[in-house]
Design a protein around this ligand. Structure first.
Ligand SMILES: Nc1ncnc2c1ncn2[C@@H]1O[C@H](COP(=O)(O)OP(=O)(O)OP(=O)(O)O)[C@@H](O)[C@H]1O
Length: 298
C-alpha cells in the first residue's frame, strides 16, 4: 500500500513542554485512522505539524511525497477544524464558491460539492440559519475542494447528533473508498472503533499504542470478567467451587487473565447443573483506552 502520510521520529517541544516525543506513523491511501488521546496528549500539535503550520524540532513528515506546508503538500491536504466558523450572512453556496475562488478551482462545481455533503437543499439559505451539523457539512464541503488526498479532521463529529454522525462517517467511507487517506481526532471511542480502520493512542506526547481494536485488546491483556448467576439454592455450592468469585448485587463475579479464560470457563461449565446463566464480559473500549492513555502519575 502506498503511504499518503508518513511521519518518522517526530519531536516537538514548547518551552519545557514536550508536546510530541519520537512519534512515527503512516496513513495509506484509502485508510481511515483515528487519533485518540487525553487532553494535552499532542493530537493538535501533530495535526499542525502535518499541515505545516508549525515546524518540528526533529523528525520527518512527508505528505504525498512533499514537505508539509509547501505548495505541493497544500494542494493535496484538507483540514477541518473542530469548530469551523463561516460568515453567517453568506449562503452555503456563496461560502463554498468563495473558497473555490481562493483555491483557484472552477466554481461551476460548487453545487455538486454541496449536494455531495447533503446540503444541496439548503445551498441558498444563509449559514446563520444552519444547524451545527449543517455547518460541519459546509466545513467538509470546503475540505473537499480540489479532491484532497489527505483529510485531517479535528474532532469532526463533536456536537453532532447520532444521525448526523452516521451520515458524516458514511461520507468519509465514500471518500476513503475513492482513495483519500483520513486522519481524524476524536474522544468518541465507540464510534471511531466502528468507523475507522486503525486507532492510534497518544499519551503524554508519545505513541502509546496503534492497531485495530483487536490488536489493542490483545496488547493490553486486561482481565476478562464473568458474571455467574446460580440456580436458586446453589449459591454457596458455586462459591465453594469458585473461591475466587465475589458477590456483587446478587450475582457472582469472577475475573481471570486472558490466558486463563478457557480453563476458567471449563471450570464454570462443570457446574452447569447448578447455574442459571453465565455472561462473559470482555474489557470495554474505555478500559483498553485508559490502559494505554494513562497520563504521568495516573
Ligand atoms: N503554542 C503552544 N505553546 C505552549 N505549549 C503548547 C502550545 N501548543 C501546545 N502546547 C502544549 O503541548 C501539549 C500538547 O498539546 P495539544 O494541544 O497538542 O494536545 P491535544 O491532544 O490536542 O489536547 P486537546 O484534546 O485538549 O485538544 C500540551 O501540554 C499543551 O499545553
Amino acid at each position: 500500500m502506498t503511504s499518503t502520510l508518513t511521519i518518522s521520529h517526530l519531536t516537538k517541544a514548547f518551552g519545557g513542554v514536550k508536546a510530541l516525543s519520537n512519534v512515527s506513523l503512516s496513513v495509506a491511501a484509502g485508510e481511515r485512522v483515528a487519533l485518540l488521546g487525553h487532553n494535552g496528549a499532542g493530537k493538535s500539535t501533530l495535526m499542525k505539524l502535518v499541515l505545516g503550520l508549525i515546524a518540528p524540532d526533529s523528525g520527518e513528515i512527508s505528505v504525498c511525497g512533499a514537505r508539509p506546508g509547501n505548495e505541493q503538500a497544500r494542494a493535496h491536504v484538507a483540514y477541518l477544524p473542530e469548530n469551523a466558523a463561516f460568515h453567517s450572512a453568506l449562503t452555503g453556496l456563496e461560502q463554498i464558491t468563495y473558497y473555490m475562488r481562493l483555491r483557484s478551482v472552477d466554481t461551476a462545481g460548487a453545487m455538486d460539492l454541496l449536494d455531495r455533503v447533503g446540503l444541496g437543499h439548503a445551498a441558498k439559505r444563509r449559514i446563520g440559519t444552519y444547524s451545527k451539523g449543517m455547518r460541519q457539512r459546509v466545513g467538509l464541503a470546503q475540505a473537499l475542494i480540489g479532491q484532497p488526498r489527505l483529510l485531517v479532521l479535528d474532532e469532526p463529529t463533536s456536537g453532532l447528533d447520532p444521525i448526523s454522525r452516521r451520515d458524516f462517517y458514511a461520507l468519509l467511507d465514500g471518500l476513503a473508498a475513492d482513495g483519500a487517506a483520513i486522519l481524524l481526532s476524536s474522544h468518541a471511542l465507540t464510534e471511531v472503533e466502528a468507523r475507522t480502520d486503525r486507532l492510534l493512542i497518544l499519551s503524554g506526547g508519545k505513541m502509546a499504542a496503534t492497531g485495530t481494536l483487536s490488536d489493542l485488546r490483545r496488547a493490553a491483556d486486561l482481565p476478562v470478567s464473568m458474571q455467574i448467576t446460580a440456580l436458586n439454592g446453589y449459591d454457596s455450592d458455586i462459591m465453594a467451587a469458585l473461591p475466587e468469585a465475589i458477590r456483587v448485587n446478587g450475582a457472582l463475579h469472577l475475573h481471570c487473565r486472558q490466558d486463563e479464560k478457557l480453563a476458567t470457563l471449563a471450570k464454570v461449565a462443570s457446574l452447569q447443573s447448578k447455574l442459571a446463566d453465565v455472561d462473559i464480559i470482555p474489557p470495554s473500549l474505555e478500559d483498553i483506552y485508559s490502559h494505554f492513555s494513562r497520563r504521568d502519575g495516573q
